[in-house]
Design a protein around this ligand. Sequence first.
Ligand code: SF4
Length: 690
Amino acid sequence: TTAATTAATSTRTHCPYCSLQCGMTLERVGRTLEVRPWPEFPVNEGALCRKGWTATGLRGHRERLTTPLVRDRVTGALRAAGWDEALDLVADRLRALQDARGRDAVAVFGGGGLTNEKAYQLGKLARVALGTSQVDYNGRWCMSSAASAANQAFGIDRGLPFPLADVERADVVVLVGSNLAETMPPAARHLDRLRERGGRVVVVDPRRTPTADRADVFVQPVPGTDLPVALGLLHLLDAAGAVDEEYVAARTTGYDAVRRSVAAWWPERVERVSGVPAAQLRELADLLAGSERVMVLTARGAEQHSQGTATVLAWIDVALALGMPGREGAGYGCLTGQGNGQGGREHGQKADQLPGYRMIDDPAAREHVARVWGVDPDSLPGAGRSAYELLDSLGTDDGARALLVLGSNIVVSAPNATHVAERLAALDLLVVADIVMSETAALADVVLPVTQWAEETGTMTNLEGRVVLREQAVAPPEGVRSDLEVMAGLAERLGSPVPFSTDPAEVFAELGRASAGGRADYSGISHERIRAEHGMFWPCPDADHPGTPRLFADRFSTPDGRARFVAVDHVGAAEQPDAAYPLHLTTGRVLAQYQSGAQTRRVRELPDDGPFVELHPLLAERIGARDGEPVVVTTRRGELKAPARVVATIRPDTVFVPFHWVGANRLTNDALDPSSRMPEFKACSCAVRA
Ligand code: SF4
């Protein structure tokens, strides 16, 4: 062994997976890349979950794609191709389709795991190089209901408007539909420290998860009924005179309408609808009323519903009624899921938005962004379809005929996935850029092999609005290109009026200029500053600005500076149990897997032990199911056969399936929230048989 091959070099970077974006050190020892702690990074203080510790497992994986693939028209099989051949073919066919059928004949689909630079460039590729309005991303299926609610209530949407460590300073933390102890274990330390201080944790979830096991109060509603639980709490707080009238008068508008709308949500009615005992609701209202600092945190369990926005608004109403948002160690926040769930929604890959979290139908926003891009504002398309609606329209008369996918494994992660696969099959051209042959890439006409996290530099914005820098630690394998290079190559071939940079720092600087003056202002942040300061919180409007860890201390981001109460009512899940489908189905995550599993299912050290069907012993007995033996779950959209896991931690009327494997989303409902366009992943009716 030579000295050169044993020399170690360290790179400080961040985990490739979830929204915590844990800091880690990657150490290169010869040809091996090893994960080590980065104790100084404040979010995780050196801790990682097992996904993080094993994150290098995909490097050098035998299934890693290292050459473009093109589907042979004669044999129908994918064959190796050169980069020029693949990109020429894609550009020629996209142009031909647009010439024949108009700009919107081509659609672009992004992901909440893409870096800020890629998300920004993807929106620009769609609007400038392709001129299509048809662009959206899988974050629409992640936290869009919380985003919609926060924008309505606070005039801005930053998942947590405070650092995560503020959890430790609360007296009571209410987690609604969050299983953070299992999905992001390093974050659970804050709950533990809160409890050591004598604080209390409340968990609202249809399953007694590992997070619920740490709770002082566990509330177990029927799936899809988090909203009436919040309405019942508002009713009780109002009746007890526990509403912070001074705060409501000084810092909010709209409480009277909420007061009227919750008048009929007495606890016994909440119990009938949600299954939560009236006595427990009263105890919880007393606990909240008697606490100085209450923090309400929602996650996908509350948000992925056809009434997800209304549900989040109701819980924000609870926090506002108690006078919490803006107070330190208190307030409302959303725990984002995907690695760049926050940044992914700020830079223009959403159907209705431009960079800086600007709305695409705002003339001033169009003017500003067009100037940064160097194009005519009138040349920019308007708003397109939301993620599911975009997919649902593919191959139809007014839908796109070609789809370009970056950073998303649609056929596993979309609701009503069998229908989505049918829409993909109706396309003239499907192009997928990925690191491995995901289930979606396997359907593509052209597959483009791209770099993965340790092989490239880029920024991510974690669940706190902290912009962090993922540094390149190793050279990519020969034959792969970065997504930025892919987009630049396509833009050039499509005859883009302006060039597309492939340098992440340069793209980030351009993104900053495009975001200047917008709601998510990054203009004072640079790769250099992030490196020096271990991450920076937006908004950060100039190079001397320190960034903004906490929002709302003095005013909210609404025009009048006041938070808005929004009165909402409970409609219920789009599908309710009936004779044919008598049970509730809900979906979620497990510790060892991430999102559609395209990456984590291939990491050897992580157990690939799904899908499975969780059901209560009483239900198992009724249908004759036994632990470990197959059961069949059916919904109006599909069927899944998988081993039963008989557990007493779930409601007897509810069945749970994790969504990291093919199958769960063949069952889920594509009913959409009217405001966020979030599909109802978390509640539909099902039947189960042994
Ligand atoms: Fe941290 Fe999330 Fe990575 Fe686990 S998956 S190490 S919680 S960033």
